[in-house]
Design a protein. Structure first.
Lengths: 402, 105
């Protein structure tokens, strides 16, 4: 996760500038000299959902799937994660609010010292539920909206979904539960980006998290409507410009990018062009501490049946199952050749990633997209939109200093 | 301190839930042998329609080295472990198929 607003508009706020992937909800100071040692864990608590979104990585359905972790199993899992030192658990789904025991699990996580945060479509959130979750210790609710009302409702498979999500956001605001937007960018909804930010900022939303489409679950089925590199670059540039425009007007919004670490290289290039070499150099150093794509390292996923995945989007491959082995044992087992290679991926990245000057802050981007498009988890990320002269340093574009 | 006893504590394993782990696609456990002299190792599971496509999927993930790949339907694996989640003996899904933890909407 890369915070545009912190990097471009608040360069002195070193303590809060960079975030873990999948932990857009965390407010903890996260820039340190030490690399994050334990992963943020996304827990898909259920496969059931009341909506049917065309990009759902979890392939959620309207009915519950067999074998979901029970409440007691969930608490044991949270014990397991706490013992291992997971800093954040992101309750996700399906739609996690269909679980009646959600507040109980949130409370348990909080008691164990894991920061509980939520990813929801927002449509089942009312003031009573928001208050219950706040009282249980929930720290943040990220609400998914994927366009202006008409486009969002089409994307989410239900008329009125936008309004219902907005009501959910208001419910959180009313009870003082921190909330923000999650928006997955595709060619279909890229034209709505600014409109959604303008509309929701008027509604008091000040945190906007933009996801690039990853090619897992139903997301893989709509890769044909993913943005071209040119349009992706244009969309990210617009987000950078818009963030600075808001800042210049004195209206502070937080904007973040998730899921494509070509953004890291682009932000350095953008800063060099717009803010000068010193700022670009400073941003590069911040991003280097963040560490690039986190799959298999700084983010993990446990699905509704307890299968452990390399990221929440990579549901088609599981390292093991927490019902028969502890999470820590699975995650530490580098006898798994894919896990081991991902953790030393700089030695294995191929093609244009192998000599890219931004490899250290990107780490090749999404390995799942590389697998989906090139049948090779170490091929270049098809979503990379950096230009050739940006990837390979020239004499006029010095390598960022140490 | 070694008392010379040859007795060891017996491991107490329980059966891990046998719910079908496949959704739209069946789940397949994957085992690899790096080369002829190596032991076969479990390396996780993949989602795939058939054993052949599971093998192709595994080959894409691990194809750089393995001399042998074994694929087994996850539903045919009966797992017994000393590790467990939740109270022993509780089924993750009640036999009547109800999911009392989820809400109607």
């Amino acid at each position: 996760m890369i915070s545009i607003s912190k990097l471009l508009c608040d360069l002195d706020a070193e303590g809060d500038g960079l975030r873990y992937d999948a932990a857009d909800e965390s407010d903890k100071s996260q820039i340190t000299e030490e690399k994050q040692r334990r992963p943020v864990v996304v827990w898909n608590t259920t496969k059931q959902c009341n909506l049917y979104c065309s990009h759902c990585y979890a392939g959620a359905e309207s009915v519950a799937a067999p074998g979901e972790l029970t409440t007691e199993e969930g608490k044991d899992l949270l014990d397991d994660l706490a013992e291992y030192g997971a800093p954040v658990v992101l309750f996700s789904g399906g739609e996690p609010l269909v679980r009646e025991d959600l507040a109980e699990l949130v409370s348990y996580a909080d008691d164990q010292g894991i920061r509980p945060v939520l990813s929801t479509n927002g449509t089942l959130l009312n003031r009573e539920r928001a208050r219950e979750l706040r009282d249980a210790g929930l720290k943040y609710a990220g609400v998914s909206v994927d366009g202006l009302p008409e486009r969002n409702d089409e994307f989410r498979g239900q008329e009125g979904a936008f309004e219902a999500a907005l009501n959910g956001i208001h419910a959180c605001q009313d009870v003082g539960l921190k909330t923000g937007l999650r928006y997955t960018i595709t060619e279909m909804n890229a034209p709505d980006l600014e409109g959604v930010v303008d509309l929701l900022s008027d509604e008091g939303v000040d945190r906007f998290c933009f996801y690039h489409l990853d090619y897992g679950g139903r997301g893989a089925d709509i890769s044909d409507v993913d943005l071209t590199p040119e349009k992706r670059r244009e969309a990210v540039r617009r987000l950078c410009d818009m963030t600075r425009e808001y800042h210049e007007k004195g209206e502070e919004i937080e904007t973040l990018l998730v899921g494509n670490y070509a953004d890291a290289g682009f932000l350095v290039e953008y800063a060099r062009e717009e803010l000068g070499e010193a700022q670009a150099d400073r941003i590069y150093r911040y991003l280097r501490r963040n560490g690039g794509d986190p799959a298999g390292e700084r983010v993990a996923d446990v699905d509704y049946q307890g299968n452990v995945h390399l990221t929440q989007f990579w549901q088609g491959y599981s390292l093991g199952n927490v019902r028969d082995r502890s999470f820590g044992a699975i995650w530490e087992d580098e006898s798994n050749p894919l896990l081991a290679r991902l953790r030393e991926r700089s030695e294995h990245l191929k093609g244009r990633c192998s000599d890219c000057q931004y490899q250290e802050i990107c780490r090749g981007g999404s390995r799942l997209r590389a697998l989906a498009v090139h049948d090779d988890p170490f091929a270049p990320d098809p979503q990379c939109y950096l230009k050739p002269d940006e990837r390979v340093p020239s004499s006029s574009s010095p390598t960022p200093s140490d | 301190m070694d008392d010379g006893s040859t007795q060891v504590e017996k491991a107490s394993r329980t059966r891990v839930g046998d719910e079908d782990r496949g959704d739209d696609l069946p789940e397949w456990e994957v085992f690899l042998r790096g080369d002829e002299d190596a032991k076969m190792s479990h390396v996780g599971s993949v989602s795939a329609a058939t054993a052949e496509t599971a093998h192709e999927h595994a080959s894409r993930l691990f194809g750089w080295f393995a001399s042998d790949v074994w694929i087994c339907p996850a539903g045919e694996m009966h797992r017994f472990s000393t590790h467990s989640l939740g109270p022993e003996g509780e089924d993750a899904t009640p036999e009547d198929g109800t999911e009392s933890r989820t809400m109607e909407f």
